[in-house]
Design a protein around this ligand. Sequence first.
Ligand code: G3P
Length: 216
Amino acid sequence: MRIFIDTANLKEIKEAADMGLLDGVTTNPSLVAKEGYKDFKDLLIKICEIVDGDISAEVVSTTCNEIVKEAKELASIHKNIVIKIPLIKEGLKAVKILSSEGIKTNVTLCFSPSQAVLAAKAGAYLVSPFVGRLDDISHNGMELISQIVTIYGNYGFNTQVLVASVRHPLHFVEAAMMGADVCTLPFKVLEQLVKHPLTDIGLKKFLEDWDKLKKS
Ligand code: G3P
């Protein structure tokens, strides 16, 4: 399973990349706004300089023609840019056109298996089901991942399942158990994946015992 970081914060992206385990970055308009970046193009260039992997950049247009135009501008910034397009009718039309021209798309704001089927049929490179936001409204977000993985397997769709809106390490573990292709993580969750109290206790004891031996 590929690991992406879900942030527009360059410090977090750099720190995650330094771990040597990062395969890509996802951003969205809210994440970019949170960091206060006005120059989206400049931000994307900086991200592409840090991470050599898929970098999702989201369009803010909502009609097919405008989405295609915006997508082409974003895609021209760097070869690793993947165009994030909302799962609406006009978005699917644009995905079909862009995929036929070899431009990679990440169909976002996916909340149902039927939407995921349409994204795959349109030729999406990635589909992003939002698990945390479903959990937030008392739906089982990970069940959606299981359904999509099964459906895509049934028909041999090439679209990769990117688990998005991740809130905690269990989402990551379940995604891996289900065979999702990618999991995009907030920086906090990436850090949580590393930590285990028994690792810290064990390491402390190993170092103390080593120290005692040296001093004896
Ligand atoms: O990037 C899309 C998605 O991961 C957003 O997550 O936490 O805003 O639901 P969240």
